[in-house]
Design a protein around this ligand. Structure first.
Ligand code: LMR
Length: 353
């Protein structure tokens, strides 16, 4: 008997909602009908299962990037009425820094928001110190043709660049005061994997050390690193104030992100879903860029009021010395970054104020 509810076989096998008995005991025709029904059932289930977007990143959920990733999830899931599920994996849970980009290229994750430093190539231009006076200057560049061209340049690597997200200006921390450029001599300082950042530290007489963000706390704690540079929100959320004694509000370089997806995954999405996701990302981007600066101001205040770090803010004259030692054009030439690109950025932003 082939009735699903009256099997002679002791253990009915269930395959995607349809159950049948271990032995069909029916004609070939009946078996064909049953197999066709199974195939249809499987197809229907497939059509109902949501498209999953795994969104991996390396900072905590209470940073601007972390919050915006969750905002994108909320908007994307609501606006596609459950046809898309976004799984957000924060704080290097899935992949560390550069690993995540390799994972995206092979489609092991579908979406990331790495810092521009980690994208390499011309994106490293954004790591040049003292290139942007403020968030608005950075946006003049990325919201215009330079930003668009750079996102397109990712496509041969199987990556589609969708938009830019802010973080903010970086500070230095160490276990000794960093007040003048001479203070860096001989210190081992963590940087992200970027020629411009390596050159920046070399130029200050320090020893640059590339390591994933998630390893920085322990490396500082065990003395494998003496210091690092990052935004206040990254310092605070990685609890680096527990393992450092001094912080310098140098605001020397800008840290920002590109939201990127696996290109073939994105191109194959049904067009209405893709455009709904683009809308969700547009709104998550407005949200991200509206909170990033304030998140850094709050983080710096928290660090100051914790009393754990000795905070030094250079005056105009001291900053002029830093700028002289870290001239962006000299750094670009020494790290193989196109002088034309630096010039184009300077022309777009206008003179620093
Ligand atoms: C870093 O590695 O320091 C930053 O890129 C982390 C981040 O994503 O903000």
């Amino acid at each position: 008997m082939t009735n699903n509810h009256h099997c002679e076989h002791p253990t009915p096998i269930t395959i995607r909602r349809l159950s049948f008995c271990g032995t069909f005991g029916a004609s070939t025709a009946a078996r064909a009908v049953l197999l066709a029904a199974l195939a249809l059932g499987a197809q229907a289930t497939r059509a109902e299962s949501p498209i999953v977007i795994q969104f991996s990143h390396v900072v905590t959920s209470d940073t601007a990037k972390g919050r915006a990733a969750l905002k994108f999830k909320e908007l994307a899931e609501a606006r596609t009425a459950g046809k898309v599920r976004v799984e957000v994996y924060p704080n290097s849970q899935l992949y560390k820094d550069r690993e995540e980009i390799e994972a995206l290229k092979i489609g092991a994750v579908q979406m990331l928001a790495p810092s521009l430093s980690k994208l390499g190539g011309d994106f490293e231009v954004f790591d040049l110190p003292f290139l942007f006076a403020d968030h608005a200057a950075f946006h003049k560049v990325v919201d215009g043709s330079i930003g668009t061209t750079l996102l397109h340049s990712l496509e041969p690597r199987g990556i589609k660049g969708l938009t830019y997200w802010d973080n903010g200006f970086k500070v230095f921390t160490a276990n000794r005061p960093l007040q003048t450029v001479e203070d860096f001599k001989g210190l081992k300082i963590r940087v992200q994997a970027s020629r411009a950042l390596v050159q920046q530290m070399t130029q200050l007489g320090a020893e640059p050390s590339i390591s994933p963000l998630i390893n920085v706390f322990n490396a500082l704690r065990h003395g494998q690193l003496d210091g690092q540079e990052n935004t206040p929100v990254n310092v605070d959320s990685q609890r680096l104030q527990e393992v450092q004694t001094h912080l310098t509000v140098s605001n020397h370089g800008y840290l920002a992100y590109a939201v990127i997806v696996n290109k073939s995954f994105w191109d194959k999405l049904p067009a209405p879903i893709r455009s709904t996701l683009e809308g969700a990302l547009r709104d998550a981007t407005v949200y991200e860029n509206s909170i990033a600066e304030a998140e850094n101001t709050k983080a710096l205040e928290r660090i100051k009021s914790s009393g754990k770090l000795n905070v030094f803010t250079p005056n105009a004259q001291e900053l002029a010395e830093w700028r002289k030692a870290l001239d962006p054009l000299t750094l670009a030439a020494r790290s193989g970054i196109s002088a034309e690109l630096v010039q184009a950025i300077k022309t777009t932003t206008g003179p620093p104020h």
